[in-house]
Design a protein around this ligand. Structure first.
Ligand code: AMP
Ligand code: MG
Length: 390
């Protein structure tokens, strides 16, 4: 049995083949940029006015100035500013030749429509100089960033209308179990609703990947094999839930091998989620996750999510919060690394009352999960612990 840290390393070391595609920049929000973006122009592209006011010469500021032109944004100035002259200029308009400053309207007084009086010197030149923000050819966005709204503005500004991004992984999801029924059906005495599959769909979507729900597979090798094959054909990652334990109807590991998947691990020293299985075949990745929804939720967080991010070109970094515990937490058997759902209350961390890995209600109340290392059987009140937000 390997540790969860070794399992993580195995998954990430296996994930190598990132694929890219070109898409319209307007469609690229949330995707990961696959190349550096350079500016094809200087920014600003010309010396431009940062104020609505009067463009003139600093040496003439004490005098009344003749207004020789009006320069709205988008117009090329026609006249050169001479001694005691100025142009009425708008924010964003090109500075006329001869002028070396802009006096904002608020500091002036119009004597008539041809003459303006400057009341105070401006604190600065109020000119945004050509190239002062970005030089032509300069890298404005680095490969590997997740594209946000402010990056879309940069694409637009440098004319980068076709964006090279990493492809979004498609994730096929299969729930296994004869006892499962879909959520719209009221379970009979021996049945339970498939909560796991829908939780996984949501987890996949939250990562920004495409979720492809295949359905419920019966606990037979034939049906499981068929659905695994279909899922492998259509997706980059396949997630199965259930059927990975030691029961007589737990066929998933055998079926995965039969489908040509090389199993890299099939049990992890972690609680919940010990029978988590991972394998690869021809650039595809496959997880057999435990059937209980809390276990599969946690294993998705720890192993599947980092893989999805990795395939999208981004290293997943959990935001690490440290806070003191509000109570002691003890456990009997410290043979595996254990994860517990917790809540934040009054600046402290408290465990959520948790009956085990089928207890989805406990998970639904939790703000995050904390862990206890192998060999560690207690955490003391007041001790600062790391929280993984969920
Ligand atoms: P298994 O790993 O197939 O033995 O399943 C372990 C436990 O998880 C059993 O109690 C199952 O009934 C339960 N379980 C399996 N699949 C699901 C699912 N999709 N949704 C909710 N519970 C499940
Ligand atoms: Mg089962």
């Amino acid at each position: 049995m390997i540790t969860i840290e070794e399992a993580y390393k195995t998954v990430i070391d296996t994930a190598c083949c990132l694929q890219t595609e070109k898409i319209k920049f307007t469609e690229s929000l949330g995707r990961v940029l696959a190349e550096n973006v350079k500016s094809d122009i200087e920014m600003p592209p010309f010396d431009k006015s940062a104020m609505d006011g009067y463009a003139c010469r600093k040496t003439d500021l004490k005098n009344n100035l003749e207004i020789i032109e009006i320069i709205p944004a988008g117009k090329i100035p026609e006249k050169e500013i001479g001694v005691n002259q100025c142009a009425n200029i708008m924010t964003g308009a090109p500075i006329p030749r001869g002028a070396d400053c802009v006096v904002q309207v608020e500091l002036t007084e119009l004597i008539n429509d041809k003459l303006v009086k400057i009341n105070t010197e401006p604190a600065r030149a109020n000119i945004s100089y050509k190239g002062e923000d970005v030089k032509e050819g300069e890298i404005v966005l680095q490969k590997g960033i997740k594209i946000e709204a402010q990056h879309i503005a940069i694409f637009a500004a440098v004319g980068y209308t076709e964006v090279l991004v990493y492809k979004t992984p498609k994730v096929g999801i299969i729930s296994t179990g004869d006892e499962l029924v879909e959520p719209n059906i009221k379970p009979s005495l021996s049945q339970i609703r498939n909560s796991n599959g829908y939780q996984l769909i949501a987890q996949v979507k939250k990562c920004g990947a495409i979720a492809n729900y295949i359905g419920i597979a019966d606990d037979t090798p034939q049906d499981t094999f068929e659905k695994v094959n279909k899922a492998l054909n259509e997706n980059d990652i396949v997630l199965l839930t259930g059927g990975v334990s030691m029961g007589s109807f737990d066929f998933v590991p055998d079926v995965l091998k039969q489908a040509g998947i090389k199993i890299l691990f099939d049990s992890v020293a972690v609680k919940p989620g010990k029978p988590t299985t991972f394998g690869v075949a021809n650039g595809k990745y496959c997880f057999g996750l435990p059937g209980n929804p809390v276990s599969s939720f946690v294993q998705f967080e720890l192993l599947v999510k980092p893989l999805i991010y990795h395939l999208m070109g981004e290293e997943y970094k959990n935001i690490d919060i440290q806070m003191p515990l509000g109570v002691d937490i003890k456990r009997r058997n410290p043979d595996r690394k254990a994860y517990f759902p917790i809540i934040f209350k009054n600046g402290c961390i408290y465990p959520v009352d948790y009956h085990g890995s089928a207890h989805i209600h406990a998970l639904s109340l939790a703000h995050g999960i904390i862990s206890m290392e192998i060999g560690q059987s207690e955490l003391r009140k007041g001790e600062k612990v790391h929280v993984r937000q969920i």
